[in-house]
Design a protein around this ligand. Structure first.
Ligand SMILES: C[S@@+](CC[C@H](N)C(=O)[O-])C[C@H]1O[C@@H](n2cnc3c(N)ncnc32)[C@H](O)[C@@H]1O
Length: 253
């Protein structure tokens, strides 16, 4: 079976990093200078991305990059910050684009509701939810770079979004709608995510997922709501147009 492109891309980046002998021992500067680390991230993102409309959601603009590998190394070199995760925050992923499009076209999924966008990356899905009338949006990502990018992108789109960097996967979410854009590419995360989504559904949350069929997507538990051909980039994917679906989680065991 073909390997998942996102997993290959991620492993490729990781493999190249270790081949280059990158040290991952330096303490994270966040723990020493939280404010200046955020300011440095903000300046870096502004300098190394462009504000562009999202292909499938042109009413939203994001600070995005053209490539991933160089950007990843530049972040480590310029900020002397080793051990960074890949720059997921610098792209609008296929799953996020499809889910954002669906929410914008079906505002009833979020209007007047509290919404959690888990694994927000650039913030795209959370911004779309707020634009579609969500009462309150929480955008969660464990990568502090995503938090900074999400804040910048929310401001650029005049969308009010609360941003958290705690790992919420062992909690029970309180949001009325939980949105997941492209988060089923990693086995460990996917396992914890399913337990999290089961708790969310049991607590009454409506769970919507945008995903192009990544390796660990639990299709048997999902009902398909829509499908899109999402314009993406060969820097990330194996195709320029990626077929991507939006799903609702069911209570089927
Ligand atoms: C492929 S990106 C998708 C970003 C965005 N949803 C989109 O579709 O464009 C996956 C994101 O999930 C985040 N992530 C991974 N594990 C997470 C966790 N346990 N909690 C929150 N975010 C997580 C990563 O940092 C990354 O930003």
């Amino acid at each position: 079976m073909a390997r998942d492109p996102a997993a290959r891309w991620l492993e490729g980046l990781m493999g190249m990093a270790s081949a280059e002998g990158v040290s991952r021992q330096t303490p994270h500067p966040d723990r020493r200078h939280p404010v200046s680390a955020d300011a440095a991230r903000l300046a870096f993102i502004r300098a190394n991305t462009s504000l562009r409309p999202v292909p499938l959601c042109p009413e939203i603009a994001l600070h995005v990059a053209d490539e991933a590998f160089d950007l990843w190394f530049r972040t480590e070199e310029e900020l002397a910050e080793d051990g960074l995760p890949p720059p997921f925050w610098a792209f609008a992923w296929a799953g996020g684009q499809a889910l954002a499009r669906y929410v914008l076209d079906h505002p009833g999924t979020v209007a007047g509701r509290t919404v959690l966008d888990l694994g927000t990356g650039s913030g795209l899905v959370g911004v779309a939810a707020r634009r579609a009338g969500a009462r309150q949006v929480t955008a969660a990502d464990t990568d502090p770079w995503a938090a900074t990018a999400c804040r910048l992108n929310a401001e650029a789109n005049a969308a009010e979004v609360n941003i958290v960097t705690e790992d919420l996967l062992d909690t029970t979410p309180q949001a009325e709608t939980v949105l997941i854009g492209d988060l089923f590419y990693d086995r460990d995360v996917a396992g914890r995510l399913m337990a999290f989504l089961d708790r969310a559904a049991a607590a009454g949350s409506d769970v919507l997922i945008g995903d192009p069929g990544r390796t660990y997507l639990p299709k048997a538990r999902l009902d398909q709501l829509a499908e899109f051909g999402v314009p993406t980039t060969r820097a990330l994917e194996d195709a320029e147009i990626k077929r991507t679906a939006v799903w609702r989680m069911t209570d089927r065991a």
